[in-house]
Write a protein that binds this ligand. Structure first.
Ligand SMILES: Nc1ncnc2c1ncn2[C@@H]1O[C@H](COP(=O)(O)OP(=O)(O)O)[C@@H](O)[C@H]1O
Ligand SMILES: [Mg+2]
Length: 315
């Protein structure tokens, strides 16, 4: 499907996202359904690697829409997010104008008359022609609409949020020299945050809130099935069963869905058909990114594998 009409049901969202390889929990599908219906942005929060960014990509792919990504970082400002004046072009035009200055100012009787004429040119310099649109403005200018992903907003400074408020509530941007630019078609906006800092109430108020945590076991198995084609059902079950036990440990960084997928790919590559504790120990570094975490998990491997094996058979 690729049209701009909102989905008719939550089930339609689930299957639409699945057609783009994204396995959505009922909460995710409901949030997307509602966001389209009431034309509100979704603020997705959750740990790294649980599918926040991918949700925007899958939504765009399913809808046949362009995805415009605004990657946030410390120091991100208006000029990088909204628009910038094309200084080089303005400069070039100044040069040309300089050559023509005699003609332009010719006949101006007084200094103030000459200044008035120059002011008219000032307006030319601050016209649409000299605006370089950045992601947020680009998103409003898409004739077919788009999915606007404002990724990792918690990495930007708090002031950046206030820049977003006008877009999030009115789908428009005010450019002092030009006036208001309104969206041709309202973009579907997805903001993501890893929760590194609290976001402002004003921002939260404008968004539907969606928390994505680690998926429950059956859902994660389906995610692995979607991302690692050819993996057997039993290995899939054992991998997810093992990882869920690891997630109960007290670790610096718990393995996320992205680690589950990476590990599943590695095990398929190593032609494992079942989890065995030797292979698990050798590949634990795919799952855990800190030496201290590997040391914590290592003594548990044998018992976790045994339990995951039983789950794989009977689960
Ligand atoms: N529900 C899901 N369905 C399919 N793939 C998923 C899902 N959740 C996560 N993934 C995969 O996990 C990886 C990490 O997802 P990503 O969106 O980058 O995480 P985040 O933005 O939350 O840090 C990606 O490769 C993504 O395709
Ligand atoms: Mg991300």
């Amino acid at each position: 499907m690729s049209n701009n009409l909102p989905a008719v049901s939550i089930e339609a969202v689930t299957s639409g996202l699945a057609s783009a390889g994204y396995i959505a929990s009922p909460q995710i599908a409901t949030a997307v359904y509602l966001a389209e219906r009431i034309e509100k942005p979704i603020l997705v929060e959750g740990p790294a690697g649980v599918g926040k960014t991918e949700l925007a990509k899958a939504l765009a792919a399913w809808r046949g829409l362009k995805m415009i990504r605004m990657q946030c970082y410390e120091g991100l400002d208006e000029a990088k997010a909204l628009y910038e004046w094309k200084y080089a072009k303005q400069l070039l035009y100044t040069q040309i104008l300089k050559d023509k200055l005699g003609e332009v100012l010719g006949g101006a009787e007084t200094l103030s008359a000459a200044l008035d004429r120059l002011h008219d040119f000032g307006d030319v310099f601050f016209s649409k022609e000299f605006v370089e649109p950045r992601p947020l403005l680009q998103a409003l200018e898409q004739a077919k609409g788009c999915v606007l992903l404002v990724d990792e907003i918690d990495k930007s400074d708090a002031e950046f949020e206030s820049l977003l408020l006008e877009i999030l509530s009115d789908y428009q941007i005010s450019i002092p020299e030009l006036g208001t630019v309104a969206a041709l078609v309202k973009p579907t906006v997805i903001l993501t945050s890893n929760g590194e800092r609290d976001l402002s109430d004003a921002l939260k108020r404008r968004c539907l809130h969606l928390h994505i945590g680690f998926p429950e076991q059956k859902l994660e198995e389906r995610i692995v099935e979607s991302r690692v084609p050819g993996i057997s059902q039993s290995l899939r079950g054992q991998i997810v069963g093992f990882i869920n036990q690891v997630r109960a440990l007290d670790l610096k960084k718990l393995p996320s869905v992205s680690e589950t997928i990476d590990w599943a790919r590695v095990l398929v590559l190593l032609q494992s058909s079942e989890l065995d504790h030797e292979t698990v120990k050798e590949t634990l570094n795919v799952l855990l990114k800190y030496e201290a975490d590997i040391e914590t998990a290592m003594p548990q491997v044998t018992s976790f594998v045994a339990k995951a094996g039983r789950q794989g058979v009977f689960g």
